[in-house]
Design a protein around this ligand. Structure first.
Ligand code: DER
Length: 236
């Protein structure tokens, strides 16, 4: 499909452009990153590159191991040369919504340790304002005991609709790799007027019980959008 062609094109172009010998690379989570890890593995083999990978989730860990790549962690490599990850939506200022896969906290930690944070996404994620194409809203990772007061507080301050993310193949809420819950916040589109997201993010992150949000403000260096015809559009 066009979406898969787009994911593959974005992933391959980003790895072609940014992967070099002797790098420690942060590996993101989701479906687009699968093609990037495959491309990394094929370049490592073809060019005999020395690459160490640091995962952003259990899924990323499995992906690294399945592709025979060298795996490490932030304890051994607290500074990364390159971080590649997906996104659920990208706005005109290159702010991101991430967390569709529920790994936003580890993803933001790993992204913050990288010299370069490169995003790969299919064309559906390319927006002017958050919400143009994005359905679910902004994910927020919270300590389980705090989820209901946080829901009320966000709704009181900013409105919109905010729901606990429930699992599809398990009774009860989704539990993150860190043992926490996720709230999905369908925000009011009026919040996109002016440059409010940095302040909104800081206010929510400061709420007791909030671990982190899926708002990645001013972090991405470059975004590769893969189009349905397999071509790539770059924004930076
Ligand atoms: O959950 C995440 O943050 C993922 O990186 C997500 O934003 C992108 O997932 P996709 O590549 O499957 O669309």
């Amino acid at each position: 499909s066009g979406v898969v062609a787009g994911k593959q094109a974005a992933a391959r172009a980003a790895v072609e452009d940014h992967l070099k010998d002797n790098q420690v690379v942060g590996v993101g989570s989701g479906s687009t990153i699968v093609y990037a890890v495959e491309k990394i593995a094929s370049r490592v083999k073809a060019e005999n590159l020395k690459i160490i990978c640091v995962p952003t989730s259990f899924q990323a860990r499995q992906l690294i191991l399945e592709n025979g790549l060298v795996i490490s962690d932030l304890e051994q490599h607290p500074q990364l040369d390159l971080v590649i990850d997906g996104a659920d939506e990208v706005d005109s200022s290159l702010n991101l919504i991430k967390g569709g896969g529920g790994c936003l906290t580890q993803e933001k930690i790993v992204a913050s340790c990288g010299k370069k944070f490169i995003i790969i996404a299919d064309y559906r994620k390319d927006s002017v304002n958050f919400g143009d194409n994005y359905a679910e809203g902004i994910p927020i990772e919270v300590i389980p005991l705090a989820y209901h007061p946080i829901q009320l507080k966000i709704k009181e301050i900013y409105g919109g609709d905010i729901k606990l993310r429930v699992a599809k193949r398990k009774a009860g809420p989704v539990v993150t790799d860190n043992g926490n819950f996720i709230l999905d916040w369908k925000f009011d589109p009026s919040l996109c007027i002016g440059n409010q997201w940095p302040t909104i993010n800081q206010t929510i992150v400061a709420m007791p019980g909030v671990v982190d949000t899926g708002l990645f403000i001013d972090m991405a260096e470059r975004v590769y959008f893969g189009l349905a015809d397999g071509s790539v559009r770059i924004r930076e």
